[in-house]
Design a binder for this molecule. Structure first.
Ligand code: NAD
Length: 460
């Protein structure tokens, strides 16, 4: 099938590359010329396991092309996927300017039946706004061409994306579910048939597509992210209490997760959630509710707990080393908001680094892939003088020399079985503050390491 992907970021690039891998003819559009040039020169703008190979293979096969040419992109695909960003507006609602700009571009250039597929995460009702924006462009063109374009048909479909950064290719190729919202108009029914055809390769073992109306599909994406964020904040809040009462949140996690009604997934206490999705989607859903005079009390609390949790590592450093960290150095492992990505959006590491620096410390950091992106975003968070107090180290061990403590922020696999003797030898004193509960406290005690996890201060 001929497919256009509008927006070549995490979602657009993965979607485009994976759909090309299935044999489709994919045209990826972006407004960012540098990104398109990089892709056309064989580069990849993001770190995502397996993506580089899929992109290279399909470019070579001629099934995947990248361009900034809007007219050519609209002409190419009968299916037009919108995968542009929907960042939070000032009031927390989703900013739809990029989505609507994409819709207008389609209206400006389309010459035959098109299916517009909203893949971006967008508030309930956005498909109607996309259709209205497109229709407006069509009628402007229709006026010019004296009505000749009145017959042009299109349908707007909601097909939210559930991939996880760091496992995006795998998630796209082996999805738990594919949610598709369509309407029952003739154009909508025709769109449903095309979407069925597109996703047929994913349904060979069992049906993975959940068909529903457009608004329910739009809502499903927010409901999923809100539920996941709720589980994280719930566990983080209980972990903080576990620290107070002397219980081990890890034991509690196993104890409750074994109940199939609860399940084991997504119950890890930590340093708070970040990334480009949970924070903004929780906020956007709250904002939608407010437009209907409803307050989502649970989600308000989820957000407040997360804001507080992002400060937990800084708080633990202060509890241990005092409020004035002048003259002290700390080692930080992990900068990305989660492993296997270089994404630094809303990363808890940014809150920790700001606090350490503002309290007078110097910091040595290591992240396996996010160092370059971290330097870019930290330059936004900190002054040049403050940034100069952060040393970016090529290996995790190099970050340790002379530091008062090691603080772990991201649970990269490479941090899970470190050489503890070397850690002890290189730190000024053997203290680990672990924001991801990577190690067992008794093991640490046995090694002579002072260990502070999240919710693991068991009274013995
Ligand atoms: P991103 O910022 O990585 O990429 C968006 C891209 O769209 C950018 O390259 C930008 O230049 C481009 N763009 C903006 N306006 C454009 C236009 N008019 N025409 C063409 N290109 C344009 O964003 P992302 O992380 O891929 O997220 C995209 C959407 O998918 C968001 O709504 C997000 O909430 C949702 N989503 C993201 C993830 C994730 O893990 N990142 C997962 C599921 C859903």
């Amino acid at each position: 099938m001929k497919i256009t992907i509008i927006g070549t970021g995490y979602v657009g690039l993965v979607t485009g590359a994976c759909l090309a891998e299935l044999g489709n003819d994919v045209f990826c559009l972006d407004v960012d010329q540098r990104k398109i040039d990089l892709l056309n020169n064989g580069g990849i703008p993001i770190h995502e396991p397996g993506l580089e190979e899929v992109v290279a293979r399909n470019r070579a096969a001629g099934r995947l092309q990248f361009s900034t040419d809007v007219a050519a992109s609209v002409a190419h695909g009968q299916l037009q996927f919108i995968a542009v960003g929907t960042p939070p507006d000032e009031d927390g609602s989703a900013d739809l300017q990029y989505v609507l700009a994409a819709a207008r571009n389609i209206g400006r250039h389309m010459n035959g039946y098109k299916v517009i597929v909203d893949k971006s995460t967008v508030p309930v009702g956005t498909a109607d706004r996309v259709a209205a924006a497109l229709r407006e462009e069509l009628s402007a063109r229709g006026a010019e061409s004296k009505g000749a374009l009145d017959e042009l048909e299109f349908a707007v479909v909601s097909n939210p994306e559930f991939l996880k950064e760091g496992a995006a290719v795998e998630d796209f190729m082996r999805p738990d579910r594919i949610v598709i919202g369509t309407d029952d108009t003739p154009a909508g029914l025709r769109a449903r048939d095309l979407m069925k055809l597109l996703y047929a390769p994913f349904n060979r073992n069992h049906e993975r597509v959940y068909w529903m109306d457009v608004r329910s599909a739009e809502f499903t994406k927010y409901a999923a992210n809100a539920m996941l964020a709720t589980r994280i904040s719930f566990m983080n809040e209980l972990a903080n209490l576990a620290d107070q009462v002397g219980a081990d949140i890890e034991a509690v996690r196993h104890g409750i997760g074994s109940d199939p009604r609860i399940g084991h997934s997504f119950l890890y206490a930590g340093a708070g959630y970040g990334g480009s999705c949970f924070p903004k989607d929780v906020q956007a859903l709250e904002r939608t509710a407010r437009q209907y005079d409803q307050e989502l009390l649970i989600l308000r609390a989820v957000e407040a707990v997360n804001d507080r949790q992002k400060q937990v590592l800084g708080r633990k450093v202060v509890q241990r080393f005092g409020a004035n960290l002048t003259g002290m150095k700390f080692a930080v492992w992990g900068l990305a908001f989660k492993p296997n990505t270089d994404d630094m959006r809303e990363a808890p590491s940014r809150v920790l680094l700001k606090e350490l620096i503002e309290r007078g410390a110097t910091v040595a950091v290591h992240d396996p892939v996010a160092m370059e992106e971290a330097q870019r975003v930290l330059a936004l968070d900190l002054s040049a003088d403050q940034l100069a107090r952060i040393a970016f180290k090529a290996t995790p061990m190099d970050a340790l020399d002379g530091a008062e403590a090691l603080v772990i922020v991201t649970e990269w696999k490479a941090f899970r079985s470190p050489d503890f003797e070397q850690i002890k030898a290189r730190l000024k004193q053997p203290v680990i503050i672990d924001g991801r509960n990577l190690f067992e406290p008794p093991l640490m005690t046995g090694l002579g390491i002072e260990y502070h996890g999240i919710g693991r201060s068991v009274l013995t």
